[in-house]
Write a protein that binds this ligand. Structure first.
Ligand code: GDP
Ligand code: IMO
Ligand code: MG
Length: 456
């Protein structure tokens, strides 16, 4: 069975690949490399994916939606990706939006067209969309906002969502009233009925919600037709990729471990599994095909939105990290909250994801500090606690135990190899590596592709 990698071959290939070829027990097929956020998001996943995607055949998104904002800087040009896998920049690779992703169609096309104007070529011909992916409707986004207002009124605080409709769309999916790409491209009469029922369901919960159903259906039909050439049975497509000739397959995680619906700082999380399991369920990849799992962590910590943040620095250090690091959300333009690197959370993320290596980004932002702290343990009532707490009241109360390092006070942005880094920066990196217990494979010292020191 042959793989369909080139853009021209993708056209009208809606036939699923044949399965059931007999294989030996040891022949598990191609291994997939997964890139995941190890903190609260915005660690630089886009940059790491871009780096790896220069050699990848196939780059996939497995979860989340356009709540993600991944920045890639190539030849001085900055591209922002929200739904499109960042690997789409590599014109030799194919990108796949998997079944686990929730897709806002106007958002997808707007993003593609905007990046095309910047120089991204032929993205529509190189994008495959799973027919099982759920659709985020405009009203899901409105409901996201209404739910935030309700939370604020009832509990005095909201989540600080991106208002991209992610929570409501995954709620529709879980309550089995959601609509998928295959529904949009199937019997439109049936789709329209189910769409109207879904609108009705939300209007009974939120009487202020107004939806111009006919207008929405008209637009959805148009978007559906534009999407149709890209749509495939994602399961068979992935199977073929895994079991065809050797291929480099990359999965780009969105959001991050501490925003995971199961393992994150619930309820201040997103609505999908941003940890390694999401790569399996969101793309139909058997666990045995998972190869390297690269965790991405900043050399400090940031968080957008509400929720506990033990190492947050509401002081001059936090401000310096925010301004020097240009810590502003790519999706919402909100200032990111900043603090010291918290190794309790990175180790926790490693427990769940089994990182095979770490990319430590934005080391250069620390260049001007006199001293640098790293959170190594949490204490409650003066005693160390042995785990990362599930309960947010507890997480709000923990005191952080820090290790303090002298700053290197040297510009690292021109460093391209380990020996170019000052000894104090090397000490800092080695400490982080030993504490997490995972090798650091890359150290980031700037925005662009070449500003990534590869350690091995
Ligand atoms: P993502 O969501 O994990 O892909 O990360 P974002 O793109 O939202 O945020 C990371 C930001 O840091 C982007 O603006 C990147 O261009 C930038 N960045 C990534 N790595 C580095 C680095 O090593 N140094 C500096 N100075 N900036 C970096
Ligand atoms: P990337 O992929 C940072 C946060 C939001 C909010 C919470 C829930 O760029 O790292 P949602 O809209 O998902 O319901 O919001 O999750 N959040 C992110 N924060 N980076 C992201 O993605 C995020 N995706 C969601 O700020 O606190
Ligand atoms: Mg981001």
């Amino acid at each position: 069975m042959s793989l369909t990698w080139s853009a021209k071959d993708h056209k009208n290939q809606n036939q699923p690949a044949a399965v059931g070829q007999k294989r030996s027990r040891n022949d598990v097929g191609n291994k997939v490399t997964v890139v995941l956020g190890a903190q609260w998001g915005d660690e630089g996943k886009g940059k790491v994916v871009d780096l790896l995607a220069t050699e990848a055949d196939f780059v996939c998104r497995c979860q989340g939606g356009n709540n993600a904002g991944h920045t890639v800087v190539v030849d001085g040009k900055e591209y922002d990706f929200h739904l499109l896998p960042s690997g789409i920049i590599n014109t030799k690779s194919i990108s796949l939006i998997g079944n686990g992703v929730v897709i806002h169609l106007p958002g997808l096309f707007e993003e593609g067209d905007k990046n095309e104007k910047k120089g991204l070529k032929g993205w529509e011909k190189r994008l495959i969309v799973s027919d099982r992916a759920h659709i985020v409707f405009d009203f899901h986004q409105v409901v996201d906002g209404l739910q935030e207002t309700e939370r604020q009124a009832q509990e005095g605080k909201n989540i600080g969502t991106t208002k991209k409709g992610i929570g409501p769309a995954y709620s529709s999916k879980a309550s089995r009233t959601g609509l998928r790409v295959c529904d949009l491209l199937g019997d439109f009469k049936d789709f329209s009925t189910r769409f109207k029922n879904l609108v009705h369901q939300y209007q009974s919960m939120y009487p202020s919600l107004t939806v111009d159903v006919e207008d929405q259906l008209k637009k959805l039909k148009e978007y559906g037709e534009r999407l149709r050439p890209m749509v495939r049975d994602g399961v068979y497509y992935m199977y073929e990729a895994l079991h065809g000739p050797p291929k480099k397959i990359l999965v780009e995680g969105a959001n991050a471990a501490l925003l995971d619906i199961d393992f994150g700082t619930y309820p201040f999380v997103t609505s999908s599994n941003c940890t390694v399991g999401g790569a399996c369920t969101g793309l139909g990849i058997p666990p045995v095909n998972i190869g390297d799992v690269f965790g991405v962590s900043k050399a400090y910590t940031t968080r957008v939105g509400i929720g506990a943040f033990p190492t947050e620095q509401l002081n001059a250090v936090g401000e310096l990290l925010q301004t020097r690091g240009h810590e502003v959300g790519v999706t919402t333009g909100r200032k990111r909250r900043c603090g010291w690197l918290d190794l309790v959370i990175v180790k926790y993320a490693h427990m769940i994801n089994g990182f095979t290596a770490i990319a430590l980004t934005k080391l250069d932002i620390l260049d001007v500090l006199d001293e640098i702290k790293v959170g190594v343990a949490y204490k409650l009532n003066g005693k160390r606690i042995p785990h990362f707490p599930a309960n947010m009241d507890v997480l709000h109360k923990v005191e952080v135990e820090y290790e303090t390092f002298p700053g290197w006070k040297t510009d690292t942005s021109a460093a391209r190899k380990w020996n170019d880094l000052p000894a104090k920066a090397q000490n800092y990196i080695r400490f982080v590596e030993n504490h997490i217990g995972v090798p650091i494979k890359w150290v980031g010292v700037g925005k662009s592709r070449e500003c990534m020191i590869q350690m091995f």
